[in-house]
Design a protein around this ligand. Structure first.
Ligand code: ADP
Ligand code: MG
Length: 292
């Protein structure tokens, strides 16, 4: 049977926008030593916006953007949605229909349009050296500003790039600082590039970060964190984060996250409210002192 102190802590949490799916998670929270955070939609707002479109000299910007947006319109990725929205606002011609399309999770989208093969996605997807050679360092410069750079490749040649900026939530820094005061180690796990990750991590105040993470890598890193810190939470919002949420001692989902994340999590932050994590830990530590 559930202890009165636990019951009261759970209902106290619910009144403050923290949903615990059972008393055991409160107990686990009180022993927490480290928290891993997803980047997009968790530390950031998850609503990227296009900031720059750069195309190879001699090519028409509109045409490259049209092809990229036409392909991205078949993906549900937040970056894809932002690119399609931007194209619709900035070019007047309707999108075209690719002959074939393949959404490669964690990398980008591959498609055939007419006789051409296109790839839209991260540097490692289009070929790191081709991406590096493009635009004479423009990509690096944008990434160091915390922007995500999406490369556009047509038949083995990088013909353009689109950079997108997703802003760090206003409350992120404060939420992380509070956790550090509670002696909790904070780390960001992201599928984004090293340079972009470094910029966002420093804006967010997290102790450390790991870039270029595929969903399965997030799980591996969590297992390592559990070995080192024994009690570890994961905070995320996406379908991609679900395996890591399940692996953590405490899985915490952002309330406006995807259904899969909400179902997998042990704790839900009802208003995407990151500072509630430190509050929940306080609550769990106090409850534990009452019980013991
Ligand atoms: P995150 O951990 O930042 O949410 P994902 O694992 O979803 O990232 O994707 C990792 C990277 O792969 C993105 O930063 C992006 O560079 C690239 N990517 C994935 N899907 C797409 C897409 N549909 N269009 C463009 N780039 C993509
Ligand atoms: Mg996310």
């Amino acid at each position: 049977s559930i202890m009165p102190a636990t019951l009261s802590a759970i209902s106290n949490g619910a009144r403050h926008g923290i949903l615990f799916k059972g008393g055991v998670h409160l107990e686990n929270l009180s022993h927490l030593k480290a928290i891993a955070f997803d980047k997009t939609g968790t530390l950031t707002k998850g609503k990227p916006e296009v900031t720059d479109v750069v195309v190879k000299q001699g090519l028409a910007k509109e045409d490259v953007l049209l092809k990229a947006a036409s392909i991205e319109s078949h993906s549900n990725h937040p970056l894809a949605n932002a690119i399609v929205k931007y194209a619709k606002e900035n070019i007047s011609v309707p999108l075209v229909h690719p002959e074939s399309i393949e959404d490669v999770t964690g990398f980008g989208v591959k498609a055939t349009v007419g006789y051409d093969e296109w790839k839209i996605g991260k540097a490692a997807f289009v070929g790191k050296t081709e991406a590096k050679a493009f635009a004479d360092g423009a990509a690096d410069r944008m990434a160091s500003e915390g922007k995500t750079v999406v490369f556009i490749q047509k038949n083995d040649e990088v013909v353009g790039l689109i950079s997108l900026k997703d802003v760090v939530r206003e409350e992120t820094k404060q939420a992380i600082d509070q956790l550090k005061k509670q002696n909790i180690y904070t780390i960001m796990l992201t599928g984004d590039s090293q340079t972009t990750a470094t910029a966002i991590a420093s804006e967010s105040h997290v102790n450390d970060h790991i870039a270029e993470c595929l969903p399965e890598n997030k799980v591996e890193h969590l297992k390592k964190l559990k070995e080192k810190y024994s009690n570890v939470a994961m905070v995320g919002d996406g379908i991609n984060d679900a395996p890591a949420l399940a692996t953590a001692n405490v899985g915490i989902a952002m309330g406006e996250g995807t259904d899969v994340a909400l179902e997998t999590a042990d704790v839900v932050l009802m208003k995407n409210d990151l500072p509630k994590i430190a509050e929940a830990i306080d609550l769990s530590r106090r409850m534990n002192r009452i019980i013991k």
